[in-house]
Design a protein around this ligand. Structure first.
Ligand code: UT7
Length: 329
């Protein structure tokens, strides 16, 4: 019997309306539009405003868009995996809250945390449930309200991040196209360069942690930049070798959108022309687990059945990887 394959059969996305432009950031911290654009490629990012508005709002809107575009009955969904590092609460999981918001009543769901690689890890997990034959309709959503953990007095981090959500529907493949495999890695020695100092079980919230601003992202940018270039380019090479692909075979590369200079460096190391590289960083910035599905959603009309696509990401953990799929519709 041929091995069951999972395929992405639809994509959806959502970004909030409020635009935080570089010009507006200039009025908030000691920075310039010129610095941000030349050092990161970002012009603006979206911010989720309003009381009681958590990541589940981003996830739910992305899923709603996906269900509408694919004309899918919410009752037919069996599993929802939400990749995020900015869950609404420590528990219950944001996946469950998002399901209730969109009327998905027959599914189970859970969150998966792998920072900027979250979508890649969740996609591999969701695909495995399809490949095993256990489920036929799985949603993988990447969503992050990064503005909830960004210190808007720290110019080294606040210019990079934005809020957004992106979702894909996974179903059994009808032909040879679909999700093939991935190279996924994690290395806890990267923790010191990129983390949130407090709020977890090691250092629970206290008046002191709030006063010391320890509930915001801490990032030592330069070592993360270097590790991102090495991690993504190595994973892409490995997944290409695993699938006997040359650079000319590849229709699209979908990189995590952290910094345009990282993307340019990885693309030039692999000799991929930039026309084959999906980019949304200029208008959305780094939306962590949402960048890759948001790219797929934005470029959906340019994708053709059979297109060979490499997804790649690097993020906190460190976590990183590359996935290979062929577009199924
Ligand atoms: O998505 C998850 C993984 N994260 C990443 O992949 C991010 C990787 N790192 C980066 O993208 C870059 O390291 C940053 C964008 C975070 C920083 O860019 P950089 O080119 O590495 O800058 P730097 O930290 O080396 O700083 C260079 C200079 C410094 O000034 P001095 O010390 O040379 O006088 C900074 O203080 O730029 C200064 N600087 C700024 N200036 C204006 C840092 N941030 C800003 C700013 N505006 N926003």
């Amino acid at each position: 019997m041929p091995k069951l394959k999972a395929a992405i059969t639809g994509v959806g996305g959502y970004v909030p309306d409020f635009v935080l432009s570089n010009k507006l950031l200039e009025t908030m911290v000691d920075t310039t539009d010129e610095w941000i654009h030349t050092r990161t490629g970002i012009k603006e990012r979206r911010i989720l405003k309003g009381e009681n508005m958590g990541t589940s709002v981003l996830a739910a809107n992305a899923i709603k868009n996906l269900l509408e575009k694919t004309n899918t009955d919410p009752d037919s969904i069996e599993l929802v995996i939400c990749a995020t590092v900015t869950a609404d609460r420590t528990f219950p999981d944001t996946a469950n809250i998002a399901c209730t918001k969109v009327g998905i009543k027959n599914a189970f769901g859970f969150d998966l945390s792998a920072a900027c690689s979250g979508f890649l890890f969740a996609l591999s997990t969701g695909a495995s449930y399809i490949q095993s034959g256990m489920y036929k309709k799985v949603i993988v959503v990447g969503a992050d309200k990064m503005s909830s953990i960004v210190d808007y007095t720290d110019r080294t981090t606040c210019v990079i991040f934005g809020d957004g959500g992106g979702a894909v529907l996974l179903e059994p493949a009808e032909d040879e196209n679909g999700y093939h495999n991935a190279i996924l890695k994690a290395d806890g020695t990267g923790e010191k360069y990129l983390h949130m100092p407090a709020g977890g079980s090691r250092k629970p919230p206290s008046i002191e942690t709030v006063q010391n601003k320890q509930h915001f992202i801490y990032q030592d940018g330069r070592p993360v930049f270097k590790a991102a270039v090495t991690g993504m380019s190595t994973a892409v090479k490995e997944v290409m070798a695993k699938n006997q692909l040359t650079k000319d075979d590849i229709s699209w590369v979908v990189p995590h959108q952290a910094n345009l200079r990282i993307i340019n460096t990885v693309a030039s190391m692999m000799d991929f022309p930039m026309e084959k590289v999906m980019l949304t960083i200029e208008k959305y910035g780094n939306t962590t687990a949402a960048t890759i599905p948001l790219c797929l959603n934005e470029y959906e009309s340019q994708l053709n059945k059979g297109d060979k696509i490499i997804l790649t990401a690097f993020g906190g953990g460190f976590t990183w990887g590359a996935s290979y799929l062929t577009w199924a519709y």
